[in-house]
Design a protein. Structure first.
Length: 137
C-alpha cells in the first residue's frame, strides 16, 4: 500500500498526463470521442493542455524516490520492489512504463528521456519484463 501511494501520484499520474493527448490521436473516431470526453472530465482540462514540464519534473522525482526504495534492498536486488521476486507493484510500474514506451515510440525523444533517467535504471528495470510483454499463441 505504501509503495502504491508513492507510485500512483508520482509516476503513473504524470505519465498519464504527458501521454494523454497522443492516445486520442491514434484511436478510431468513435473511441476517440469517448476517450476525449471521459479523460477531459477526469483531468479537468483539454487533452492538448495535459502534460506539462512540471509533470516531467514530478515523474523524474517520483522515479527517483522509487529508485531509492529499490536500492534499499541492497546491491544486486535493486531492480524489484521485493528484491528477488516480481510483485504487483513491479507489474504496475512496468506496465506503466511499457505503455509510455508504446505510445511515445521506442525511438522517440520522450521515451529516450524517460529511459535515461537515473543512469538508465528504468530501461534495465524493463528488461526483466521482456519475456512477459508478448504472448505467442
Amino acid at each position: 500500500t505504501a509503495f502504491h501511494m508513492l507510485l500512483l501520484p508520482t509516476v503513473v499520474a504524470p505519465i498519464r498526463n504527458i501521454f494523454l493527448s497522443r492516445i486520442w490521436g491514434i484511436l478510431n473516431p468513435r473511441s476517440a470521442e469517448y476517450f476525449r470526453r471521459t479523460r477531459e472530465i477526469a483531468v479537468g482540462k483539454k487533452l492538448e493542455e495535459a502534460g506539462s514540464e512540471s509533470d516531467w519534473v514530478t515523474l523524474e522525482e517520483g522515479l527517483g524516490r522509487v529508485k531509492t526504495c529499490l536500492e534499499a534492498n541492497g546491491k544486486g536486488k535493486d531492480l524489484l520492489v521485493m528484491g528477488d521476486r516480481i510483485t504487483q507493484s513491479d507489474v504496475i510500474l512496468a506496465s506503466t512504463l511499457i505503455w509510455a514506451r508504446r505510445v511515445a515510440g521506442e525511438d522517440s525523444e520522450d521515451w529516450k528521456r524517460i529511459s535515461a533517467f537515473h543512469g538508465g535504471k528504468w530501461a534495465k528495470f524493463l528488461d526483466q519484463f521482456s519475456n512477459y510483454e508478448f504472448v505467442d499463441v
